[in-house]
Design a protein around this ligand. Sequence first.
Ligand code: ADP
Length: 481
Amino acid sequence: MEQTQNITYSNAFPIETALEMILMFDKEGKILYANAQARQKLEYENDLCGRHISDIFPNTFQNYKEDLETEFFHQAEIQNLVAYRKNTTCFPVEARLTKSDSNPEVYICMASDILEREFLGREIERIKQESEEAMKVKSEFVANVTHELRTPVNGILGNIRELKNHEMDEVIARSLNLVERCCDDMNKIINNILDFSKLEAGKFILEPRRFHFRNMLEYVKANHINKITEKGLDFFMTVSPQIPEYIIGDELRIVQILNNLLSNAQKFTSLGKITVEVFRTAQVNDKIELFFVVSDTGVGIDKGDKGKLFQSFSQVDASISRKYGGTGLGLNICKQLVELMGGRIDVESEKNRGSNFSFSIWVGICEGEEDILQRPDDIKNPLSMSGTAVSHEENGKDPEAARKYGTRENRENINRTLSKLILCVEMENWEKAEMFMETVRQLTEEAPWEVKRVVLRLKMAIQKENYEKVTAEFETLQQFL
Ligand code: ADP
């Protein structure tokens, strides 16, 4: 506690611990209060209070009698002020002078040491340069080490594949398969480390080019289907017909994100199904936004652990890395790649009920594709693999209008489907609810993004068979409609 003649502030008060020197003085120039920084820099103990302000700033305040007001208060800042220490040495400061709000008889001078500020500025610049240099050295080191590691691993892999062409007994074949798998895992880790260090150093460059979107998805599916079915899990993939055949993007990196999410889904699911869904959610000129959802019915993630997921080197708990392996870099790399593609990645998960990882990215569309996308044929087509085309005969109305979001027919159709859907939910017929959900999703395909977002959340809640969430999202959706 600092005792002044008539002003007291405790250490908990920001003025007392401020980085600037703060002096308060009365209209006669008598110092009433000096904060810790002022006492320390001016090398006084508690004897600063009671002195005259001109003892500290003799050049500025020497002529001061009673017109401090006219002399200084038209200036917001006083440049080139010189502050004198107790031992009469001095240093330049920059200061501001104001009147106290609570007491107009009290003046406040806030001053900072110019030399110290300049010194700190230079220090910050130096540290920044040093850390940039260290980062550069580190990424070069990582690049070299990973390259050095990759060469022998690929050498081993090549030899194993060569050996596998020869006749051998079952035991040796099994061992070779194991070594091959270890090498593949090692390659994955090496690639992850390399990507991570490039992303961290801001040296990662996307390589967009034209590619066949559905072929890319087939390739991703082929990568995982064996492992998924070996575990007895179901696999479904749904792609909106609104997505053109060819798009322009970094195919390799989109595959990498999907591979990572699907490997995790497969790794952490032992019962149920894994689904991949892709939607076109927005278009601006020749760019479209794609929205991917990878869902599983696996172990799920605790609410408290969600924040850790996309951080580097983060595994939800140590037992996971022991049981399933991994470096905890995968999701962080996915996040950075998704952000480079102009999107974001998110997760919705519940312990023991599964996870939905969703991400959006912006990709280019090829010349001429824009017209094709607008063709009503595409809008009419039911989603591939969904088998749940909307039955327009049911209400005998114009199918075009029923699909066109915002029309009366469309609204009626959605409302009718939603009431059937909620009935199924009440009866816990989740499979049928999912079917109606798909119809709602198709009917809202042209809806604004806010509506589509609620539809997707409702869909996820139904997939998870979460009654409370379904009713909450249902109500939100009804408000939109
Ligand atoms: P790694 O590169 O080691 O596979 P990731 O960054 O991909 O690590 O994942 C980090 C952690 O996130 C995993 O160890 C796991 O705890 C959790 N996780 C990721 N996906 C899922 C999922 N589908 N279900 C449950 N947990 C998951």
